[in-house]
Design a binder for this molecule. Structure first.
Ligand SMILES: NC(=O)c1ccc[n+]([C@@H]2O[C@H](COP(=O)([O-])OP(=O)(O)OC[C@H]3O[C@@H](n4cnc5c(N)ncnc54)[C@H](O)[C@@H]3O)[C@@H](O)[C@H]2O)c1
Length: 254
Protein backbone atom coordinates (compact mmCIF):
# COMPACT_ATOMS: atom_id res chain seq x y z
CA UNK A 1 0.00 0.00 0.00
CA UNK A 2 2.97 2.33 0.20
CA UNK A 3 5.07 3.71 -2.63
CA UNK A 4 8.32 2.89 -0.82
CA UNK A 5 8.81 -0.18 1.37
CA UNK A 6 9.39 0.79 5.00
CA UNK A 7 7.92 4.23 4.37
CA UNK A 8 6.23 4.47 7.77
CA UNK A 9 9.09 3.13 9.89
CA UNK A 10 9.64 5.53 12.80
CA UNK A 11 7.34 8.14 11.32
CA UNK A 12 4.75 9.48 13.76
CA UNK A 13 0.98 9.47 13.58
CA UNK A 14 -1.41 11.02 16.09
CA UNK A 15 -4.75 9.20 16.13
CA UNK A 16 -7.77 10.58 17.98
CA UNK A 17 -10.49 8.13 18.95
CA UNK A 18 -7.79 5.45 19.08
CA UNK A 19 -9.40 3.48 21.91
CA UNK A 20 -12.08 1.93 19.74
CA UNK A 21 -13.32 1.00 16.30
CA UNK A 22 -11.67 2.62 13.29
CA UNK A 23 -9.07 4.59 15.28
CA UNK A 24 -7.96 1.46 17.12
CA UNK A 25 -7.74 -0.54 13.88
CA UNK A 26 -5.68 2.22 12.26
CA UNK A 27 -3.31 2.25 15.26
CA UNK A 28 -2.65 -1.48 14.79
CA UNK A 29 -2.07 -1.06 11.06
CA UNK A 30 0.44 1.75 11.57
CA UNK A 31 2.12 -0.40 14.27
CA UNK A 32 2.50 -3.19 11.71
CA UNK A 33 4.38 -0.67 9.53
CA UNK A 34 6.75 0.22 12.39
CA UNK A 35 5.34 3.71 13.05
CA UNK A 36 5.20 5.70 16.27
CA UNK A 37 1.55 6.03 17.27
CA UNK A 38 0.15 8.51 19.78
CA UNK A 39 -3.17 6.91 20.79
CA UNK A 40 -5.44 9.72 21.99
CA UNK A 41 -8.91 9.22 23.39
CA UNK A 42 -11.32 10.48 26.03
CA UNK A 43 -11.33 6.89 27.25
CA UNK A 44 -7.95 6.71 28.96
CA UNK A 45 -8.07 2.99 29.73
CA UNK A 46 -8.90 2.25 26.07
CA UNK A 47 -6.09 4.54 24.88
CA UNK A 48 -3.61 2.68 27.11
CA UNK A 49 -4.85 -0.65 25.73
CA UNK A 50 -4.48 0.61 22.15
CA UNK A 51 -0.95 1.86 22.85
CA UNK A 52 -0.03 -1.52 24.41
CA UNK A 53 -1.27 -3.21 21.23
CA UNK A 54 0.90 -0.88 19.16
CA UNK A 55 3.95 -1.80 21.24
CA UNK A 56 3.15 -5.50 20.82
CA UNK A 57 2.46 -5.05 17.09
CA UNK A 58 5.77 -3.62 15.90
CA UNK A 59 5.44 0.12 16.53
CA UNK A 60 6.03 2.49 19.43
CA UNK A 61 2.79 3.33 21.19
CA UNK A 62 1.99 6.11 23.61
CA UNK A 63 -1.38 6.75 25.25
CA UNK A 64 -2.91 10.12 26.00
CA UNK A 65 -6.23 11.00 27.58
CA UNK A 66 -7.49 13.78 25.33
CA UNK A 67 -10.84 15.47 24.95
CA UNK A 68 -10.75 16.80 21.39
CA UNK A 69 -13.46 19.36 22.20
CA UNK A 70 -10.83 21.23 24.26
CA UNK A 71 -8.43 23.45 22.31
CA UNK A 72 -5.94 23.21 25.16
CA UNK A 73 -5.97 19.41 25.25
CA UNK A 74 -5.64 19.21 21.47
CA UNK A 75 -2.55 21.45 21.74
CA UNK A 76 -1.09 19.34 24.57
CA UNK A 77 -1.60 16.21 22.46
CA UNK A 78 0.48 17.58 19.59
CA UNK A 79 3.17 18.94 21.96
CA UNK A 80 3.39 15.49 23.58
CA UNK A 81 3.85 13.79 20.19
CA UNK A 82 6.59 16.29 19.39
CA UNK A 83 8.43 15.88 22.68
CA UNK A 84 8.20 12.06 22.75
CA UNK A 85 8.58 11.28 19.05
CA UNK A 86 10.20 14.40 17.61
CA UNK A 87 7.34 15.58 15.39
CA UNK A 88 4.00 14.80 13.79
CA UNK A 89 4.04 13.35 10.29
CA UNK A 90 0.39 12.33 10.17
CA UNK A 91 -2.83 13.21 11.99
CA UNK A 92 -5.86 10.93 11.81
CA UNK A 93 -8.94 12.57 13.32
CA UNK A 94 -11.16 9.57 14.04
CA UNK A 95 -12.88 10.68 17.27
CA UNK A 96 -16.54 11.25 16.47
CA UNK A 97 -20.08 10.08 17.11
CA UNK A 98 -23.72 10.68 16.19
CA UNK A 99 -24.37 10.63 19.98
CA UNK A 100 -27.97 9.51 19.55
CA UNK A 101 -30.54 8.98 16.85
CA UNK A 102 -33.26 11.59 16.52
CA UNK A 103 -35.91 12.71 14.09
CA UNK A 104 -35.23 16.21 12.80
CA UNK A 105 -37.96 17.97 14.81
CA UNK A 106 -36.69 16.39 18.05
CA UNK A 107 -33.09 17.58 17.68
CA UNK A 108 -32.58 20.01 20.57
CA UNK A 109 -29.84 22.59 21.16
CA UNK A 110 -27.92 20.25 23.42
CA UNK A 111 -27.71 17.43 20.83
CA UNK A 112 -26.89 19.87 18.02
CA UNK A 113 -24.15 21.62 19.99
CA UNK A 114 -22.56 18.47 21.39
CA UNK A 115 -22.54 16.88 17.93
CA UNK A 116 -20.81 19.90 16.39
CA UNK A 117 -18.41 20.27 19.34
CA UNK A 118 -17.18 16.70 18.96
CA UNK A 119 -17.27 16.16 15.20
CA UNK A 120 -16.49 19.66 13.91
CA UNK A 121 -14.70 21.64 16.63
CA UNK A 122 -12.69 18.55 17.57
CA UNK A 123 -11.31 18.25 14.05
CA UNK A 124 -10.82 22.04 13.83
CA UNK A 125 -8.81 22.20 17.09
CA UNK A 126 -6.64 19.17 16.26
CA UNK A 127 -5.84 20.49 12.78
CA UNK A 128 -5.04 23.97 14.12
CA UNK A 129 -2.69 22.37 16.66
CA UNK A 130 -0.92 20.06 14.18
CA UNK A 131 -0.53 22.26 11.11
CA UNK A 132 2.11 24.65 12.58
CA UNK A 133 4.29 21.58 13.33
CA UNK A 134 3.75 20.30 9.81
CA UNK A 135 4.55 23.70 8.31
CA UNK A 136 7.80 23.80 10.26
CA UNK A 137 8.69 20.35 8.91
CA UNK A 138 7.54 21.31 5.41
CA UNK A 139 5.34 18.24 5.17
CA UNK A 140 2.42 16.41 6.73
CA UNK A 141 -0.77 14.51 6.00
CA UNK A 142 -4.13 14.91 7.72
CA UNK A 143 -6.96 12.40 7.36
CA UNK A 144 -10.35 13.36 8.78
CA UNK A 145 -13.33 11.07 9.30
CA UNK A 146 -16.32 12.29 7.37
CA UNK A 147 -19.17 9.90 6.55
CA UNK A 148 -21.48 8.82 3.74
CA UNK A 149 -24.07 10.56 5.94
CA UNK A 150 -22.95 13.92 4.52
CA UNK A 151 -24.29 12.77 1.12
CA UNK A 152 -27.51 11.28 2.47
CA UNK A 153 -28.41 13.98 4.99
CA UNK A 154 -29.44 11.53 7.73
CA UNK A 155 -33.21 11.80 7.19
CA UNK A 156 -35.26 10.51 10.13
CA UNK A 157 -32.31 9.63 12.34
CA UNK A 158 -29.31 11.91 12.21
CA UNK A 159 -29.51 15.25 10.38
CA UNK A 160 -27.41 16.71 13.23
CA UNK A 161 -24.62 14.22 12.55
CA UNK A 162 -24.84 14.36 8.74
CA UNK A 163 -24.62 18.17 8.90
CA UNK A 164 -21.55 17.99 11.13
CA UNK A 165 -19.84 15.56 8.75
CA UNK A 166 -20.70 17.92 5.88
CA UNK A 167 -18.80 20.60 7.78
CA UNK A 168 -15.85 18.22 8.23
CA UNK A 169 -15.79 17.59 4.50
CA UNK A 170 -15.91 21.32 3.70
CA UNK A 171 -13.12 22.03 6.23
CA UNK A 172 -11.06 19.27 4.62
CA UNK A 173 -11.52 20.85 1.20
CA UNK A 174 -10.49 24.29 2.47
CA UNK A 175 -7.50 23.14 4.50
CA UNK A 176 -6.32 20.83 1.72
CA UNK A 177 -6.36 23.68 -0.77
CA UNK A 178 -4.95 26.35 1.59
CA UNK A 179 -1.84 24.31 2.41
CA UNK A 180 -1.41 22.40 -0.84
CA UNK A 181 1.65 24.41 -1.88
CA UNK A 182 3.33 24.00 1.51
CA UNK A 183 3.71 20.22 1.61
CA UNK A 184 0.57 19.42 3.58
CA UNK A 185 -2.16 17.16 2.23
CA UNK A 186 -5.58 16.96 3.87
CA UNK A 187 -8.23 14.41 2.95
CA UNK A 188 -11.25 12.76 4.46
CA UNK A 189 -12.76 9.30 4.29
CA UNK A 190 -16.52 8.89 3.95
CA UNK A 191 -17.43 5.36 4.99
CA UNK A 192 -20.78 3.66 4.82
CA UNK A 193 -21.76 1.75 7.98
CA UNK A 194 -18.80 0.10 9.71
CA UNK A 195 -19.06 -2.61 12.33
CA UNK A 196 -17.92 -0.74 15.47
CA UNK A 197 -19.44 0.41 18.80
CA UNK A 198 -20.47 3.59 16.90
CA UNK A 199 -23.52 1.61 15.74
CA UNK A 200 -24.65 0.73 19.30
CA UNK A 201 -27.13 3.62 19.10
CA UNK A 202 -28.83 2.13 16.00
CA UNK A 203 -31.99 0.00 16.39
CA UNK A 204 -32.03 -3.52 14.87
CA UNK A 205 -34.48 -2.20 12.24
CA UNK A 206 -32.17 0.67 11.29
CA UNK A 207 -29.17 -1.68 11.12
CA UNK A 208 -31.12 -4.02 8.84
CA UNK A 209 -32.25 -1.20 6.54
CA UNK A 210 -28.65 0.02 6.24
CA UNK A 211 -27.46 -3.51 5.47
CA UNK A 212 -30.18 -3.96 2.83
CA UNK A 213 -28.88 -0.87 1.00
CA UNK A 214 -25.32 -2.24 0.62
CA UNK A 215 -24.71 -4.31 -2.54
CA UNK A 216 -21.91 -6.25 -0.80
CA UNK A 217 -24.49 -7.26 1.83
CA UNK A 218 -22.39 -6.44 4.87
CA UNK A 219 -21.04 -3.58 6.95
CA UNK A 220 -17.42 -2.61 6.52
CA UNK A 221 -14.76 -3.72 8.96
CA UNK A 222 -12.75 -1.09 10.86
CA UNK A 223 -9.47 -2.34 9.40
CA UNK A 224 -10.85 -1.72 5.89
CA UNK A 225 -10.92 1.97 6.79
CA UNK A 226 -7.59 1.79 8.63
CA UNK A 227 -5.86 0.49 5.49
CA UNK A 228 -7.29 3.45 3.55
CA UNK A 229 -5.81 5.82 6.14
CA UNK A 230 -2.43 4.16 5.60
CA UNK A 231 -2.74 4.53 1.83
CA UNK A 232 -3.76 8.20 2.06
CA UNK A 233 -0.78 8.96 4.33
CA UNK A 234 1.66 7.09 2.07
CA UNK A 235 3.84 8.24 -0.78
CA UNK A 236 1.67 6.21 -3.15
CA UNK A 237 -0.80 9.07 -3.55
CA UNK A 238 1.15 12.29 -3.29
CA UNK A 239 -1.07 14.10 -5.82
CA UNK A 240 -4.25 13.49 -3.82
CA UNK A 241 -5.57 16.20 -1.51
CA UNK A 242 -8.68 18.23 -0.59
CA UNK A 243 -11.15 15.45 -1.33
CA UNK A 244 -13.00 12.58 0.28
CA UNK A 245 -12.77 8.86 -0.47
CA UNK A 246 -15.99 6.83 -0.32
CA UNK A 247 -15.61 3.35 1.18
CA UNK A 248 -19.01 1.71 1.32
CA UNK A 249 -19.33 -1.70 -0.34
CA UNK A 250 -21.07 -0.04 -3.27
CA UNK A 251 -23.92 1.25 -1.14
CA UNK A 252 -25.08 4.04 1.03
CA UNK A 253 -26.53 6.26 -1.69
CA UNK A 254 -30.11 6.09 -0.42
N1 LIG B 1 -18.90 3.11 12.41
C1 LIG B 1 -19.55 3.69 11.42
O1 LIG B 1 -20.55 3.17 10.90
C2 LIG B 1 -19.06 5.01 10.86
C3 LIG B 1 -19.49 5.38 9.59
C4 LIG B 1 -19.05 6.60 9.07
C5 LIG B 1 -18.21 7.40 9.81
N2 LIG B 1 -17.82 7.02 11.05
C6 LIG B 1 -16.94 7.92 11.81
O2 LIG B 1 -15.74 7.20 12.10
C7 LIG B 1 -15.13 7.76 13.28
C8 LIG B 1 -14.75 6.64 14.21
O3 LIG B 1 -15.93 5.98 14.62
P1 LIG B 1 -15.93 4.47 15.12
O4 LIG B 1 -16.88 3.75 14.27
O5 LIG B 1 -14.56 3.99 15.28
O6 LIG B 1 -16.64 4.68 16.55
P2 LIG B 1 -16.25 4.19 18.00
O7 LIG B 1 -17.39 4.60 18.87
O8 LIG B 1 -15.84 2.77 17.98
O9 LIG B 1 -14.95 5.08 18.37
C9 LIG B 1 -15.02 6.44 18.62
C10 LIG B 1 -13.97 6.81 19.64
O10 LIG B 1 -13.98 8.23 19.82
C11 LIG B 1 -13.76 8.50 21.21
N3 LIG B 1 -14.23 9.83 21.59
C12 LIG B 1 -15.53 10.23 21.72
N4 LIG B 1 -15.56 11.51 22.13
C13 LIG B 1 -14.27 11.92 22.24
C14 LIG B 1 -13.67 13.15 22.62
N5 LIG B 1 -14.40 14.22 22.99
N6 LIG B 1 -12.32 13.23 22.61
C15 LIG B 1 -11.56 12.16 22.27
N7 LIG B 1 -12.09 10.96 21.90
C16 LIG B 1 -13.42 10.86 21.90
C17 LIG B 1 -14.53 7.39 21.91
O11 LIG B 1 -14.12 7.24 23.27
C18 LIG B 1 -14.22 6.19 21.02
O12 LIG B 1 -13.06 5.51 21.49
C19 LIG B 1 -16.14 8.76 13.83
O13 LIG B 1 -15.74 10.05 13.44
C20 LIG B 1 -17.44 8.37 13.16
O14 LIG B 1 -18.30 9.48 13.06
C21 LIG B 1 -18.21 5.83 11.59
Amino acid sequence: MTGSPGYFKEKTIVITGAASGIGQAAAQIFAREGANVLCADLNEEGAVRAADEVNEGGGRGLAARVDVTSREEAGDMIRRAKSEFGGVDFLFNSAGSALRRSEFLDIDDDLWEKTFDLNVKGVFYCMQAAIPEMLEAGKGVIVNMASMAHRRGGPGTSVHYASAKGAVQTMTLGVGREFADRGIRCMSISPGPIDTPFQDISSPELLQSMRDAIPMGRFGRPEEIGEMVLFLCSDACEYLTADTVYVNGGGGWR
